[in-house]
Design a protein around this ligand. Structure first.
Ligand code: NAD
Length: 327
């Protein structure tokens, strides 16, 4: 029996595949490589280059590999892009996600771990954010994820599908071999480090007039290896017959953009030139998790996620790997 990992050639997906293999699991990856890296995957992992919305391909994979559960990472993931081109987010994430879930249920696969996001909360009323907080996303990316959460819930009622929707806060950091390399890159941690290394002339800081202590947006950064481990625990939980759940993955501690820059200066010993830009449409002010439920339900807590270690791991990875996925 195997686990189907969609988006397994992407950042969080590839680290999860690496750690699943480390636990002796059998894994199959489906990714269209639009933003993933084939080189991020062990070459012995069965790999299908294709779209998650291709129902016949999904049905064939389930048949050929006796798939028992799916971890669904594949998605477009940029808040700013989703504001400018919402149709791509609804078509790629929602339309294709529904096709994937339909094909899985039809083929008898009724265990799904889904990559959701803190972006489904919009600007929350209470910090830290509990899973019971109202969900009202500020951008089409967040809506695309919330819509799929609701599809999963309906398929549980209608078809007995069991799922864990993991609402990640900000994934960041690197393992020994794998790190964050998006093209284009809009995530803060790699962007700050690109300014430190000179790959970027300067970092853009979007918004310095938010109602936060220093005026910049505050986020909860979680090491990618911690996130990956939560998926393995969620798969175990579903295998043991666990009921469907929505679970935050965060640390409970938030850092502002300026605090991340300051920590990166210390970790790298380099200056980090930045310029202040207006707020970016779709960005929330403060997103920090209440992570107690992950501990209660999955036995998960972040153990590698202090901000200096996150920055150092990504910095070291890039310095070790000049051209990480093309070497
Ligand atoms: N990075 C974060 O901080 C963060 C936070 C919350 C949630 N998430 C979610 O986690 C998941 C993984 O994020 P990531 O940062 O690793 O992104 P990523 O872009 O590195 O990985 C996504 C992968 O999915 C593939 N893909 C996209 N659409 C596809 C489709 N229709 N069919 C097949 N493959 C497709 C891409 O080629 C890519 O390899 C996403 O669902 C994202 O929304 C990420």
């Amino acid at each position: 029996m195997s686990i189907l990992v969609t988006g397994g050639a992407g950042y969080i997906g590839s680290v999860t595949v690496e750690r699943l293999l480390g636990k002796g699991a059998q894994v199959v990856v489906l990714d269209d490589l639009y933003r993933g890296h084939r080189e991020a995957l062990n070459e012995n992992v069965p790999f299908y280059e294709g779209k998650v919305g291709d129902r016949s391909l999904v049905a064939r994979i389930v048949r050929e590999h006796k798939i028992e559960a799916c971890v669904h990472f594949a998605a477009l993931t940029y808040v700013g892009e989703s504001v400018k081109e919402p149709e791509r987010y609804f078509e790629n994430n929602v339309e294709q996600g529904i096709a994937l879930f339909g094909a899985l249920v039809q083929a008898g696969v009724k265990k799904i771990v889904f990559s959701s996001t803190c972006a489904t909360y919009g600007d929350p009323e209470e910090i830290p954010i509990r899973e019971t907080e109202k969900q009202w996303p500020k951008n089409p990316y967040g809506w695309s994820k919330l819509m799929l959460e609701q599809v999963l819930e309906a398929y549980d009622v209608g078809h007995g599908l069991k799922f864990v929707a993991l609402r990640y806060f900000n994934a960041s950091g690197a393992t020994e071999k794998l790190g964050e390399l998006h093209e284009p890159e809009s995530h803060l941690v790699p962007s700050v480090l690109m300014a430190a290394s000179g790959e970027r002339k300067e970092l853009a800081v979007f918004g310095d007039d938010y109602p936060t202590p220093d005026g910049t947006a505050v986020r909860d950064y979680v090491h990618v290896a911690d996130l990956a481990d939560a998926h393995i625990l969620a798969l175990d939980y579903l295998k043991k017959g666990g009921k469907s759940e929505f679970i935050n993955l965060g640390t409970g501690t938030g850092y502002s953009v300026l605090e991340v820059i300051e920590t990166a200066r210390r970790v790298t010993g380099k200056p980090i030139p930045y310029k202040k830009e207006p707020r970016r449409a779709g960005d929330a002010i403060t997103l920090v998790a209440d992570a107690r439920k992950a501990k209660e339900v999955l036995g998960w807590t972040a153990t590698q996620s202090d901000i200096a270690s996150i920055l150092k791991s990504q910095w070291d990875w890039r310095r070790r790997n000049e051209n990480p996925f093309k070497a």
